[in-house]
Write a new protein. Structure first.
Length: 287
């Protein structure tokens, strides 16, 4: 088998995660070496016996041939961080995914991208702002990145497609499923003029902790992140904070001071995010 195939098999064991896998690759030299290592050597470098036992169970049940046949049947491409197709904006990030699953295509021009994120329960104001900003960003040649979630994410993807632009959706589950399920048709449209991507293997189900990992890819694959509406405690703030940690610019649209959905953008503005009134403010920063 190829080194890439071994890498896919390793990354399908999600307990390792990108940081630990990167350390293992540095220590053992290749994915093939890690796959064929004995239990004692893994325990000796600091992995718990429980994790090692789970890894060996994973190795026993993982069927490489069947797995890659499924990928082909579902038209899913898989790329590693060493390949030219790997998104350039992700390179160099501390916790960048080792591999990515892709339906559709990521182009070199997608390096010019903006993440548009916000609440799942947007107001009419939020919808108006999301459509207005997205429309103008698409006209300026930006690829729009979001998470296919209900609310602002869905509006950003739909508006991009309506304007014949490119959009990338990052999922928190395997690409053999779509969450939320009502956006399955939208995902199919995105694949035709952009990409749906995930770091998770086939069959990996959605759960709350996945969204934190997904959000770092949304911000990481983008040049900057735009926040439109969000509650005081929300995933929107997590995406923005990850963007800041990654050294990416965070923009926020102010909202109605009476609305609880203004809490996230107003908090970000008070803490250093750039207040924007139109897409031109973002475009002028990123030409």
């Amino acid at each position: 088998m190829t080194e890439k195939e071994y890498l896919v098999g390793l990354y399908a064991f999600t307990l390792f995660g990108p940081k630990r896998l990167d350390l293992l690759l540095s220590f053992f030299g290749s994915a093939k070496n890690i796959w064929n290592i004995n239990k004692k050597e893994l325990i000796n470098i600091g992995l718990s016996e429980n994790m090692v036992s789970k890894f060996f169970f994973h190795k026993k049940k993982f069927d490489f041939k069947n797995y890659f046949q499924k990928l082909k049947k579902l038209s899913i491409n898989v790329i590693s961080y060493k390949e030219d197709e790997y998104p350039k904006n992700l390179l160099g990030l501390e916790d960048a995914p080792t591999i990515l699953y892709i339906k559709g295509k990521i182009l070199e021009t997608d390096i010019k991208s903006i993440a548009v994120v916000g609440t799942r329960k947007n107001t009419l104001y939020g919808e108006t702002i999301a459509r207005m900003f997205t429309k103008d960003l698409v006209k300026a040649g930006f690829t729009i990145v979001s998470g296919l979630a209900r609310g602002i994410d869905t509006l950003a993807h739909k508006t991009t497609l309506e304007e014949k632009g490119r959009t990338i959706a990052v999922l928190g589950c395997g690409l053999d499923q779509v969450y939320p399920p009502e956006n399955s048709y939208l995902a199919d449209l995105i694949i035709k003029n952009g990409a749906v991507i995930s770091e998770y293997p086939l069959g990996y189900q959605i759960k709350a902790s996945n969204f934190v990992n997904r959000n770092r890819i949304i911000s990481g694959i983008s040049k900057a992140t735009l926040v439109i509406e969000g509650a005081e405690k929300s995933g929107t703030l997590l995406t923005a904070s990850q963007a800041a940690v990654q050294g990416k610019t965070v923009y926020a649209v102010p909202g109605d001071v009476r609305s609880f959905l203004s809490a996230a953008p107003h908090f970000l503005i008070r803490n250093g995010a750039i207040l924007v009134r139109s897409a031109k403010d973002i475009i002028d920063d990123n030409v």
